[in-house]
Design a protein around this ligand. Structure first.
Ligand code: PEP
Ligand code: MG
Length: 577
C-alpha cells in the first residue's frame, strides 16, 4: 500500500529508487537478553570488537606518526587507545553483560552514558570535553558490533537508483555521496539551510528532510519516490504513481535542457545592467560543474569539505594542490576561497574537536577556530598564497564579528607571506582579502570591515540564523527561518548599499542568492554579484534576463521600509508578476 509523508523540501527534483537505510550506530542499539549459555560468546564478541578497533587505531597512529605536523592526531589516537584500556569502559561493560545478561552494544552504551555523566561534572573544561572522545570511541565499537562500519552503499551501475534514508546525515556523509550512486536522500531531521541540504543542492540530488520518523517507516530496498520540490515522499508507490512521477521527471529534464541554452549568454538585465554569476563549490572537482554552466568565477569555495571525514588534516601540499586545481580549471576567472569554517554541524573528526558545546553554532566555529589553532590556520594560508600564483585567488574569512579577528588574520597572512619568501616560494603579493558578513554585529558595524578588507560577501544562511535566533539545522524551528523578515532585509540591504557607497565589492553567497524567488529583490537592492550552487545558476540567469531595474529599484526601496512580514512577502512576490 502506498503512503505519503510530508517534510521540508530542501533540494529540488524527483528521484525514484530503492531505499538504502543508513544507520546511526548509537541510535540503533537495541536491548536484548542473552541466554546464560551464550554469555561467554557475547563477552567474546565484545573482546573481538575491541581488538578490531584497537588494530584500526594502531594503523591510524602509524599513519599519523609518519606524517609531519600530525602530532595532534597521534595524541588523539593515544587518548582513544587509553580509553579502550580503561577498566571503567570495557571491563565495566563486560561485567554488565554478565550481571544483566544483556547484549554487548547495549552494555557499552550504558557504560558510556555513565561516564559521560561523570565527565559533565568535571570543572576543567578541557577534561570535560574529553567525553566526546568516549562517545566517538563507543560509536566506533558499536559500529563494529553491529557489523556495518561503513555507511554508504558502493557504487552500483545499472540498478534502479539508490535513495538514502537516514535519521540524520552529517555534511561529511553527504559529501561521500559523490563516490556512490545516490539519487536522493530523506532524513528525519534537518533544516533548509543545513549544510547537508546545501551539499544535496550542489549535487543536484533531490532531498526532503524533517520527516520525523521516516527511518522507522521504510524497509531496506523498498521502492520510494522523493519529490524534492514539494517536500513529499511516497513509499511503496503503485505503477500508476511511478508512471506519473516518471513523466514529471522527464518534464523537469526538458526544462533543464532548455535552460542549458543560456550557458553562454551574459547575465544582463533588460535595461542593460551586467550581473556576475559565481559558483559555490565544496570540492575542487565541482569547478567542472561551475564551468559547465558558464560561471563567471567561484564566489565561495567552502574549503572545510577537504578537511571533513578523514583521520588526519590535509597538509600544506595537499591543500595547495586542491586550490591550484580549481584556479587552473577556472583560468582567468576569480576564485574566492574561504578559510576553514568548521564547528557547529561541520565537526572535524581529524582533530577530535567534535562539539560538546551546548550551542555549537555560537561556539568555537569558523574564524574563531582558525585563530585558536594558528598552526592549522598558517598552513592553510601558506597553501592559499602559494596557489595564488596560478590565477586570480581571493581569500575570504568566515564569521567575522570583531576588529581583532581581522587584525589577527591579516597579521597571520603577512606572517605566511614572510615564511614563503624565506622558502623562496612564489605567491601573488596583492592577493585580496575579504570577509563574510554573516553575523548581525558585522552588518551593523561595516565601517571597521571596509577599512580593513577589500571585499565583502554576505552569508545569508548564517546571517538569518543569527538575526532571528534560530538554529538553521533544527527542523523544529525551520518555519521561523524567514529570509524576508524586515530585520534581515535591512541587514542585507544596508550591507549592499554601504559597499556601493564606499566602492567595496559586495556579493551574496548564501542560499538566497540561488533562489529565484529573491533574485529581483536582491537586484533591486543593488546587488551585482551572486554566488550560488551551479545547479541553480541558469534559472537565476533567466530571472535576471527578464528583470528591469528601472522598474525594480523604487519598488525594492519601498519594501526595505516595510516592517510587516506579510506585506514584505506579498510585495516580493509581486516583483515577479
Ligand atoms: C552562509 O552562511 O550563508 C554561507 C554561505 O556559509 P555556510 O553556509 O557555509 O555557513
Ligand atoms: Mg556561513
Amino acid at each position: 500500500m502506498p503512503f505519503t509523508l510530508h517534510g521540508l523540501a530542501v533540494s529540488q527534483g524527483i528521484a525514484i529508487g530503492h531505499v538504502h537505510l543508513v544507520s546511526h550506530a548509537l541510535l540503533e542499539v537495541s536491548h536484548y537478553q542473552v541466554a546464560p549459555r551464550r554469555l561467554a560468546d557475547e563477552v567474546a564478541r565484545l573482546a573481538a570488537a575491541v581488538d578490531m578497533v584497537r588494530a584500526d587505531l594502531g594503523e591510524l597512529k602509524t599513519t599519523a606518526d609518519q606524517q609531519p605536523g600530525h602530532a595532534e592526531v597521534g595524541a588523539l589516537v593515544d587518548l582513544h587507545l587509553m580509553f579502550l584500556d580503561d577498566p571503567m569502559l570495557i571491563d565495566a561493560a563486560r561485567q554488565l553483560i554478565e550481571a544483566r545478561r544483556c547484549n554487548a552494544e547495549w552494555a557499552l552504551v550504558q557504560q558510556m552514558e555513565l561516564l559521560v555523566e561523570q565527565f559533565d561534572q568535571i570543572e576543567d573544561a578541557y577534561l570535560r570535553e574529553r567525553k566526546a572522545d568516549v562517545v566517538q570511541l563507543v560509536e566506533r565499537l558499536v559500529k563494529v558490533l553491529l557489523g556495518h562500519p561503513g555507511r554508504l552503499p558502493k557504487k552500483r551501475k545499472s540498478d534502479l537508483a539508490t535513495i538514502v534514508v537516514a535519521h540524520d546525515l552529517s555534511p561529511a556523509d553527504t559529501i561521500g555521496f559523490r563516490d556512490h550512486a545516490i539519487a536522493g536522500f530523506v532524513t528525519d531531521v534537518g533544516g533548509p539551510t543545513s549544510h547537508t541540504a546545501i551539499v544535496a543542492r550542489s549535487q543536484g540530488i533531490p532531498a526532503v528532510v524533517a520527516l520525523h520518523n521516516v527511518r522507522h517507516l521504510v524497509h531496506d530496498n523498498e521502492l520510494i519516490i522523493i519529490d524534492g520540490t514539494r517536500g513529499v515522499v511516497i513509499i511503496d508507490p503503485d505503477d500508476r504513481i511511478v508512471e506519473e512521477y516518471t513523466l514529471r521527471q522527464t518534464e523537469l529534464a526538458l526544462v533543464q535542457s532548455k535552460l542549458q541554452r543560456l550557458k553562454d549568454t551574459r547575465a544582463t538585465t533588460l535595461d542593460g545592467e551586467e550581473v556576475k554569476l559565481l559558483a559555490n563549490i565544496e570540492l575542487p572537482k565541482d569547478a567542472l560543474a561551475a564551468k559547465a554552466v558558464g560561471a563567471d568565477g567561484v564566489g565561495l569555495f567552502r574549503t572545510e569539505f577537504l578537511f571533513l571525514s578523514r583521520d588526519a588534516l590535509p597538509d600544506e601540499d595537499e591543500q595547495f594542490e586542491a586550490y591550484r586545481r580549481v584556479l587552473k580549471k577556472m583560468g582567468d576567472a576569480p576564485v574566492t576561497i574561504r578559510t576553514l569554517d568548521v564547528g557547529a554541524d561541520k565537526a572535524l573528526d581529524s582533530i577530535g574537536k567534535r562539539s560538546t558545546e551546548a550551542n555549537p553554532a555560537l561556539g568555537m566555529r569558523a574564524i574563531r577556530y582558525s585563530l585558536s589553532e594558528p598552526k592549522v590556520f598558517l598552513t592553510q594560508l601558506r597553501a592559499l598564497l602559494r596557489a595564488s600564483h596560478y590565477g586570480k585567488l581571493k581569500i575570504l574569512l568566515p564569521m567575522l564579528a570583531h576588529a581583532h579577528e581581522m587584525d589577527q588574520s591579516l597579521a597571520l597572512i603577512a606572517q605566511a607571506k614572510v615564511q614563503l619568501i624565506e622558502r623562496k616560494q612564489k605567491f601573488d603579493p596583492r592577493v585580496e582579502v575579504g570577509g563574510m558578513i554573516e553575523v548581525p554585529a558585522a552588518a551593523l558595524s561595516l565601517g571597521m570591515f571596509i577599512r580593513r578588507l577589500q571585499f565583502l560577501s554576505i552569508g545569508t544562511n548564517d546571517l538569518i540564523q543569527y538575526a532571528l535566533a534560530i538554529d538553521r539545522t533544527d527542523e523544529a524551528v525551520a518555519h521561523l527561518y524567514d529570509p524576508l523578515h524586515p530585520a534581515v532585509l535591512k541587514l542585507i540591504g544596508g550591507t549592499i548599499q554601504t559597499g556601493l557607497r564606499y566602492g567595496v565589492p559586495v556579493s551574496v553567497c548564501g542560499e538566497m542568492a540561488g533562489d529565484v524567488a529573491y533574485t529581483r529583490l536582491l537586484l533591486g537592492m543593488g546587488l551585482r554579484q551572486f554566488s550560488m550552487q551551479a545547479t541553480q545558476m541558469l534559472s537565476v540567469k533567466q530571472e535576471i534576463l527578464r528583470a528591469d531595474l528601472v522598474d525594480l529599484a523604487p519598488k525594492v526601496q519601498r519594501i526595505l521600509k516595510m516592517d510587516e512580514q506579510e506585506r514584505v512577502h506579498e510585495a516580493v512576490e509581486r516583483l515577479r508578476s
